[in-house]
Design a protein around this ligand. Sequence first.
Ligand code: NAD
Length: 518
Amino acid sequence: MQAEYYDRNRYDIGDDVLERHRSAADRVLSRDQYGHLIDGEWVDAADGEEGVAIDATTGEALATVQIGSAADVDRAVAAARDAFEGSWGQLSPEQRADRLAEIADRLEDRKTEIAKVDSLEAGKPNLHALFVDCEVLIGQFRHFAALARSVDEGRVVPTGDEKHVFTRREPHGVVGAISAWNFPAMFVAWKLGPALAAGNAVVFKPSERATLSSLEVARVCDRVLPPGAVNVVTGLGEDVGAAMTAHEGVDKLSLTGSRAAGVATLESAAETITPTSLELGGKSPNIVFPDADLERAIEGTVVSIFFNSGQQCTAGSRLYLHEDVREEFLKRLEEAIDGLSVGDPLGPTTDIGPMIDHAHAATVRDYVETAVVEGATPVIGGESDAVGDDLQGAPFVQPTVLTDVDDEATVGCEEVFGPVLSVFEWSDREDVLRRANDTSYGLAAGVWTEDLRTAHEFAAKLEAGTVWINTYNDLFDPAPHGGYKESGTGRELAQEALDDYSQVKTVKVNLGGVPKMG
Ligand code: NAD
């Protein structure tokens, strides 16, 4: 088996950093050996295979985790089925709502530790992990606790004869949820919140590149829910993920990840016609009009591409600057980027941490090198010495801004998933709209203008699941999130997610005549 994510050596890191990370790990991890979480118990992998979760900054092992196989997925699906048909499935919507609210309360008490786990394993700047990821994590459980109360409501269909026709919303049964590494704790709520609110039981698979916070959040859920309502199987996509997508006992699939994983999931789900939601990648345009409030637009652009060190599906990685403001915008953007603090994710003021690992950092740097070969100019960044000596061995990539990027250039078309911004110039609004939409992706878009008519026109014409006007990456409101085109199918975060995790049954009650043919 390929277990590269579980088998790395410590990086060349200063003693102070090492000590800070080791002592944080000692304080925040609830265990040093994690099992799968199945039927309310920590259990070892059926075939006994283990690996280690790695600290993204230091390369050191944080804890032992299980490397699962199809046999573990079988056990977890069986436990979820039992919970769905038994103790969990029998709860009323109100009881489910109360449980979800209690999970939110308990997560509130544990959020400092959970945020630190993500800072260690995923290299997330702790300020963001705590005040963004964990706020959304808890907020989503609260939101779906509120929605759970009315989830079973259907509608009455007027018929005009002696019939009473109505619909019911019912859970699918067992949900198989597969997640990515860039917001590990937060994504647990994105999937568990609506899936549980709708009454499903869940088998969750975190990314092999960031596993521990999902297990910590699931452990909190498990203490509140009947055993088996939430199960976590850890391991590789090609083993655990593939076993989940092919499993006949899984009634609904949801995957957050790359296009390749999305295609594999759809192909596998086709065999059993399992309904599937996909949250995939993006190459989102961010368009600045000449009348934009430049201060807001520059701050928003920094957030759009450098938040989470650029490792975001919604990254505004294609910046379209109107020719009248391009020069001033770039000068002020450079000043704003100079003010960003790149360094240890545990640092109290760090804005940008390391990439998830060296393999990913190398991929991101390759994109920059290819961009230069293809004619781009790195006006900011482009070098690897983003940090001081004590962090030289960590997988950092300096925030990078590229101009002279051709519309067809690799860096302008493919998802980089790092802190790399491609800048394009525009002068004609029809042309910029066409260029913005000229991508196979359609996850998000940004528009910066003070003109209402322009804002609404572009909101309507941009081919994206979310269009942000004079803001970016604003995920706090419970509004649906998801992709157009190859960015995915289905929606998360709102009533639409609840609809995705439930199915509609029509009930027709004959109150009068004898049923007839024709
Ligand atoms: P990835 O596709 O490598 O992995 C995602 C998950 O899918 C992991 O748990 C992995 O183990 C699993 N997986 C991989 N191959 C599989 C297979 N054949 N069958 C079943 N499961 C499989 O993606 P990643 O590197 O973890 O995440 C980055 C990608 O995710 C980017 O493309 C990013 O844009 C996307 N993403 C999208 C959203 C969104 O909301 N649209 C959010 C975050 C990340």
